[in-house]
Write a protein that binds this ligand. Structure first.
Ligand SMILES: [Zn+2]
Ligand SMILES: [Zn+2]
Length: 242
């Protein structure tokens, strides 16, 4: 979750999102909107229960769900499949499409921009096998640049090709949050070394912590200090210096 004064943005809501928020003592109803990078279950499947929890806690504040413009209808179907009907919530729920490259202003001090990456390209062939004429425009996955008053933050989302680690190179982000499950660590260090603007790298989406720690351990001290291993409940003030 990215928090700035007056606005809380949850990025992705996978399995167990409600429980994870609860364990971090984050009030569900303080979340203004949820932004989705793609629809793999570890990024999407917790949203229905989270919305129901918000209803049970008598939410009144509107909630926005931001999805790639191609996925608006799919999100609607997904929610309705879990009997999450907008009319019955007691608060306004809107599904908003973002277009790659456009700057979306969330509050006076927080905006994001999405760019498509290659994470889901692997399914293109499979799609044909299962469903001829399937709509491949649904195979969209994004990385994001978040801009606040203090910092530009690049969140990779889930990636595939190493070029996905350079999506916002030209915007010179100061912080990078990178996933580590679908990426070669050698590609990651190369990306970090060649993007000089990046001062801190937060590693997340961790499959196995041991090899990651071992890898960090063999980096030079000055380099290792730039990395932070994310863990459940971790809270970071990302204004510099941190
Ligand atoms: Zn994924
Ligand atoms: Zn994932």
């Amino acid at each position: 979750m990215i928090s700035v004064p007056g606005y809380n943005l949850l990025v992705d809501a996978g399995d167990g999102a409600s429980r994870a928020l609860e364990e971090s003592r984050i009030d569900f109803n303080s979340i203004n909107s949820v932004l989705f990078s793609h629809f793999h279950p570890d990024h999407l499947n917790g949203i229905s229960s989270l919305i129901i929890q918000m209803k049970m806690r008598k939410r009144k504040m509107p909630l926005g769900l931001y999805v790639h413009d191609n996925l608006k209808e799919k999100m609607n179907e997904f929610l309705e499949t879990g009997y999450v009907f907008k009319e019955r919530l007691g608060f306004e729920l809107s599904i908003r499409g973002f277009k790659p490259g456009e700057n979306v202003l969330l509050s006076e001090v927080l905006s994001f921009k999405a760019k498509e990456n290659s994470h889901l390209k692997k399914y293109e062939g499979t799609f044909d096998v299962y469903k001829s004429g399937a709509d491949k425009s649904l195979l969209v996955s994004a990385g994001f640049l978040f801009t606040s008053a203090e910092v530009r933050l690049f969140y990779t989302g889930d990636v595939a090709d190493k070029s996905d680690l350079y999506l916002f190179r030209d915007e010179e982000p100061g912080i990078m949050i990178s996933e580590t499950t679908h990426v070669e660590l050698s590609d990651l260090i190369e990306a970090v070394r060649s993007q000089k603007s990046i001062r801190r790298i937060i590693l997340t989406h961790i499959s196995e912590e041991e090899p990651l720690n071992a890898w960090l351990g063999q980096l030079a001290k000055s380099e290792r200090e730039r990395f932070i291993l994310a863990c459940d409940g971790m809270k970071k003030d990302i204004r510099f210096p941190f």
